[in-house]
Design a protein around this ligand. Structure first.
Ligand code: HEC
Ligand code: HEC
Length: 289
């Protein structure tokens, strides 16, 4: 059996790595340092042997780390970059930057923000503990941040009794009423139509004005797929109308959202879209029913 160099995949499984199988999101920086192995080789025969013995574990840990980092990055791009920016720059003053943000040094606080949201940040109740760990690890180690990763176990400790992902509904399930969409149409005409266009396609009514993103149909759905109505409400309230953000009531914002869905041919149902962000977080935007 070789004692140095990387073993083929199958062989790793025969080894009991120190510490047993690591939970997702384990001590990744430590594993990186071990995997890098700088200075170990050549110092002494003993060190060389040790490095050889640990190499398969370090390599396996490296694979886990890479998968976790990839998952964290992907989730961040889909759910967070909209507000916090691809480079963690935020949208000051409405949305704080996450890059070089000392408050992310507080692991438990970061975990709670991600899962439960805050006054102006939407909650993400459908994320599993492993996904929250991947996201927390990502924002704490991406860009120039160096706060270390967070394990699934740590996430579970913070959010005691956390259920693994809550039930979600789709915007195609009849989540608004005809009356709500009709009210939303009036609000839209007064507060949004000038820029987003009478047909919600992003072509402003005034041809001299620059175009804006569409707020209904295929292109909108492609952009927003997988995000919840809590994210849509929070984003819209924080940034729109562009010339006067936050100027509508929550009820008016969700009425406009009902109108946007109705223009996108989603069916009306028996109840209105609520303003409560916890319940909104359970309604997910999907491209089709
Ligand atoms: C709709 C916009 C929006 C989205 C989407 C969003 N956030 Fe936030 N986030 C905010 C706002 C606004 C705050 C400040 C909230 C407050 O302090 O009340 C915030 C605060 C935070 C904080 C605390 C920062 C600090 O300085 O205290 C963290 C951590 C965070 N967000 C992470 C995330 C992650 C991770 C995601 C994706 C899963 C995400 N956010 C998605 C708007 C958003
Ligand atoms: C003064 C012009 C203006 C007004 C009024 C306005 N918007 Fe916007 N809206 C924009 C622009 C410009 C963008 C693109 C911003 C960007 O990319 O950062 C945008 C982006 C958006 C987006 C994000 C779309 C996407 O897929 O990126 C939503 C949602 C939105 N607006 C909703 C609304 C709603 C709802 C209203 C009315 C309450 C409204 N806007 C009023 C100019 C406006």
């Amino acid at each position: 059996m070789p004692i140095s160099g990387r073993d083929p995949r199958g062989m790793r499984e025969a080894w009991a790595c120190p510490g047993g199988s690591r939970p997702v999101g384990g001590p990744r920086t430590a594993a990186r340092r071990r995997a890098a192995g700088t200075g170990l080789a050549g110092r002494s025969l003993l060190y060389g042997l040790l490095a050889g013995l640990l190499a398969p574990c370090a390599a396996a840990a490296q694979d886990d780390d890479d998968a976790l980092a990839e998952q964290g990055q992907r989730l961040y791009e889909q759910q967070c970059a909209l507000c916090h920016g691809s480079a963690g720059e935020g949208r000051p003053p409405a949305v704080p930057a996450l890059r070089d943000n000392e408050r992310l040094g507080l692991a438990a606080r970061t975990v709670r923000f991600i899962r439960q949201g805050a006054a102006s940040m939407p909650p993400f109740p459908a994320l599993t503990a492993a996904e929250v760990a991947a996201l927390a690890s990502h924002v704490r180690t991406a860009w120039t941040n160096d706060f270390g990763s967070v394990t699934t176990g740590e996430v579970a400790d913070v959010l005691d009794g956390l259920a693994d992902g809550s039930e979600t509904a789709s915007v195609w399930d009849g989540v608004f009423t005809e009356a709500q969409a009709a009210r939303g149409r009036d609000v839209y005409t007064g507060a949004c139509g000038l820029c987003h266009g009478r047909r919600l396609n992003g072509a402003p009514d005034d041809p001299d004005m620059r175009s804006t993103p569409p707020l209904a149909r295929a292109r909108f759905l492609r952009e927003w797929e997988g995000r919840s109505l809590a994210v849509l409400l929070a984003f819209t309230r924080l940034t729109m109308p562009e010339d006067n953000p936050g100027s509508l009531t929550d009820a008016e914002y969700v009425d406009v959202i009902a109108y946007m869905l109705s223009v996108g041919r989603m069916p009306a149902g028996g109840g209105e879209i609520p303003t409560d962000s916890g319940r909104l977080a359970e309604i997910v935007i999907g491209r089709e029913r």
